[in-house]
Design a binder for this molecule. Structure first.
Ligand code: FDP
Length: 297
């Protein structure tokens, strides 16, 4: 039961958290049958100019509908929507979410996920954040959850008891498996400092792993150690990943697990100001020693 893991001062968040998790169970059920859908390959374009698949939209609408039903939040910001949704008489919380991150992997059965963060009142200032989490839809469905200044907890969904089972707390290990994670296809576009940083891994017997689904790549980084980076480059001048929906919640998780998460200028992602809700950023995150190595370059 997740409820027993919610710190006393945040107990009221239970209703909203449950809405998200109930939605994720439905999303998981739909994903399991996704290859049977004949409309899975139909694409449209969302407000950031990305390809948007029916399951992105389905997941987005499902989460919003569930929250509208129990009015467990008032302000909803989704990566799939241009503007916020305001729920009249909703509880005074802000939910920021990426309903289905990594969706270009849907068709080939690779793990993807739902990323979310909850703030007090009507704002998304990091000082008002309550929790961050993600659900990963893999052969097991897992939930990673952390409250402000708290540990990072790992749960797995048990299909028999229909409950989330607490597995344990996560502390990101040192990079003993010698893994680094970046899209090498962009190498020609990287700026010199990133190139120099990544050269170290290339030249010192490290293994490169890149799923191309942020949730899957960060889940591995959290559990095995190493780095995950999607830097700014000469094509994506501001990076590719979204600050509010992806980078802040994932950075809070990594940092609460003892790791670090910064942009190319060494600024902690969690300290960056969100000036625009669909703002992007470059990111380098993972085991502390690896991120410090970037800072000391
Ligand atoms: P996707 O476009 O499939 O939704 O932010 C979206 C994201 O995936 C991340 O999950 C992933 O880390 C990244 O984009 C992959 O981008 P590249 O294909 O450019 O490497």
């Amino acid at each position: 039961m997740i409820e027993t893991h919610i710190p006393e001062k945040y107990k009221q968040i239970n209703k909203l958290l449950n809405s998200i998790l109930e939605s994720s169970i439905l999303i998981k059920n739909i994903l399991e049958n996704a290859p049977l859908y004949n409309n899975i390959n139909i694409e449209s374009i969302n407000s950031s100019g990305d390809n948007q698949k029916p399951l992105d939209i389905f997941s987005n609408d499902l989460i919003i509908e569930n929250i509208m039903k129990n009015k467990s939040a008032k302000y909803l910001y989704s990566e799939e929507l241009e503007n916020e949704v305001i729920i009249e008489n909703g509880d005074e919380y802000t939910l920021c979410f990426d309903p289905l991150d990594g969706s270009s992997n849907i068709d080939c059965n690779v793990s993807i996920g739902t990323i979310f963060s909850i703030y007090n009142n009507n704002n998304y200032l990091f000082e008002n954040i309550i929790l961050s989490g993600y659900v990963i839809y893999g052969f097991a469905m897992e939930l990673i959850l952390t409250f402000k200044d708290d540990v990072v907890k790992r749960f797995v969904y048990d299909n028999q008891s229909l409950n989330w089972i607490y597995i344990g707390n996560i502390v990101i290990p040192k990079n003993v498996k010698k893994i680094y994670c970046i899209n090498h296809g962009n190498e020609n576009l990287w700026y010199p400092k990133i190139r120099n940083y990544i050269d170290y891994y290339k030249n010192n017997g490290y293994t490169q792993r890149y799923v191309g689904s942020m949730v899957a790549d960060i889940h591995r980084t959290l559990l095995y150690g190493g780095i995950f980076s999607y830097p700014c480059d000469t094509k994506n001048n501001n990076g590719k990943l979204r600050l509010l929906y992806e980078c802040i919640p994932m950075s809070m998780i990594i940092e609460n697990a003892g790791g670090m998460s910064i942009n190319e200028n060494g600024i902690h992602i969690c300290e960056m100001n969100v000036k625009e809700i669909h703002q992007k950023t470059g990111i380098i995150m993972g085991s502390k020693e690896d991120i410090e190595r970037y800072i000391n370059l």
